[in-house]
Design a protein around this ligand. Structure first.
Ligand code: URA
Length: 228
């Protein structure tokens, strides 16, 4: 591929920005200063450096955000503050959310430009677990926990088997789902005559909010293998 494309894919900047880096002599390919943005590089063999630091090739990008309340998972600014505002500028236009969280939901939100992975994470067939910390208006009975885990009728379709257990109070539960239907947690609790007061996604597949060390509103780039 062209050197300028390689550098753009690696997030070093836009086409014109990476061309400027090349012009300044800051990019080397196999230890030689690169002069031509159109030179051909082999991402499996060639060593590319920027100011002497290796620029490892990555076609796709993965970002995890600890989403705060009050941000919509949409690019439409007319809907309010958007989660894309919280991404680093160089990733903002590249990445899409993997599924959505409601405006008033907090917690793990993934972004990627890897459509295949996104699809695999969201498909109910793959049973990728997502756990929510759910604070409810009223106590959840043991019977309700059983209903939530065995399946609840929403829009004429039963929810898939889930895991529901108490957290530190009987009105606070951890609900683990392997699908992501519209407002699913809220509607499941509503079907048990309860109401969600606060909702936080605390895990998504292999990613656990507690392990990520991300204050609310912050995020970081991660590698595909951390998600897989
Ligand atoms: N379920 C909901 O009801 N809302 C979310 O944001 C996520 C899951």
């Amino acid at each position: 591929m062209r050197l300028d494309k390689y550098l753009c894919d690696c997030n070093l900047g836009t086409r014109s920005e990476v061309k400027a880096l090349i012009k300044k002599g800051l990019i080397r390919v196999n230890a030689q200063i690169a002069k031509d943005p159109g030179m051909s590089v082999d991402e499996t063999k060639d060593s590319v450096t920027y100011k002497d630091a290796v620029v490892a090739y990555s076609k796709y990008h993965y970002y995890v955000l600890n989403k705060p309340k009050g941000y919509v998972c949409s690019r439409r600014a007319c809907e309010g503050k958007t989660v894309y505002e919280l991404l680093p500028a160089d990733l903002r236009d590249k990445l899409e959310t993997v599924g959505r969280l409601d405006k008033d939901t907090e917690g793990i939100l993934l972004f990627t430009d890897d459509g295949d992975l996104s699809h695999r994470l969201l498909s109910p067939k793959n049973h990728v677990p997502k756990t929510y910390d759910v604070l409810c208006e009223k106590d959840v009975s043991v019977e309700d926990l059983k209903h939530l885990s065995e399946g609840i009728l929403i829009d004429d379709e039963m929810t898939l088997p889930a895991k529901a257990e108490y957290l530190d109070a009987t009105n606070r539960i951890a609900l683990t789902l392997s699908e992501g239907r519209f407002h699913q947690v809220k509607r499941m609790l509503q079907a048990t005559c309860n109401k969600v007061v606060e909702l936080k996604r605390i895990s998504f597949g292999n990613l656990y909010l507690n392990d990520l060390n991300l204050p609310v509103g912050t995020g970081k780039e991660i590698e595909c293998k951390e998600i897989e």
